[in-house]
Design a protein around this ligand. Sequence first.
Ligand SMILES: *Cc1c(COP(=O)(O)O)cnc(C)c1O
Length: 343
Amino acid sequence: MKIIDLRSDTVTRPTEAMRTAMAEAVVGDDVYGEDPTVNRLEALGAELTGKAAALFCPTGTMANLLAIMTHCGRGDEYICGQDAHCYRLEGGGAAVLGSVQPQPLEFAEDGSLDLERVARLIKADDVHCARTRLLCLENTQAGKILSPAYLHQAGEFCRERGILLHLDGARVANAAIKLGLAIAEITRQVDSVSLCLSKGLGAPAGTLLCRSREFVTTSRRWRKVLGGGMRQAGILAAAGIVALTEEVVRLAVDHDNARFLAEEMAVVGEIDIDQATVQTNMVFLRVRDGREGELTARLRERGILVAGRDGVRLVTHRDVTREDLAVVVAAIKGFFREKVAGR
Ligand SMILES: *Cc1c(COP(=O)(O)O)cnc(C)c1O
């Protein structure tokens, strides 16, 4: 049985071009700064995000943690979304390892954080309070794109308030392709950005953390402290270079496929889907009678894997084709037909 895995775009496997690049990579010891392939990837990442420097990190979790630990010190605070990856899905690393307190608030419907609410959460300079140092945004957030106008406002807001702005840009390339903008045009307003190579871009591992040379020097120190100083990391970086040079444009196919899936789901009476949220490669469904678990289990029997935390999440990526999605659509429609027939 063919497995169709829609749980996440993290399941993508390296392309042939990546495997070839990895096999042929010229490497050195990156802890000494001597891996030419890592250095090439970092230069490319800096250029693409319009920053002076970049740091190759093993994971996005580490890149976000490094950003928080570099921007903030012990007793400082970062403001972020209640469902932000860097708060909810990274084991509380900023607090556990960085001594930095999170101040979460609900994301708005469009994936942004309401800046008036953020303003009210910035603590007074008072011995009772943690020092608010940083605002973290996410783009895309649950597949939704932050508008360039909002990012501009957020940038101005942070500069006025004297706080820093970090973008968890795990999928910022998806946002860029969908908007028809260069990644640097999206990241111009933010102080730092993390960009995952291992999601829709298909590399086996790695995230770039980008900002100034000074910032990257400090982050590099923390990366070593956290055990993330890898040696011949050029083997991985080689795949990352292919990801950035060959795979960014292809993300548009994932977006078209998500749209196809969303449109097919819209005609299923038992399913609730908010078409406005389907902007890149993620589709969220709710089953009207709340039987998401039953649907998920039935799909699993057919070799179709989906994620379910809040409803059902389907993520399109380079390893699922339009034909695979037709199979998925038929399986979902079939599930509801059976239910109507009372089987
Ligand atoms: C995947 C992801 C990360 C990083 O996750 P890793 O698995 O540690 O690479 C960070 N932020 C968001 C929004 C993500 O989706």
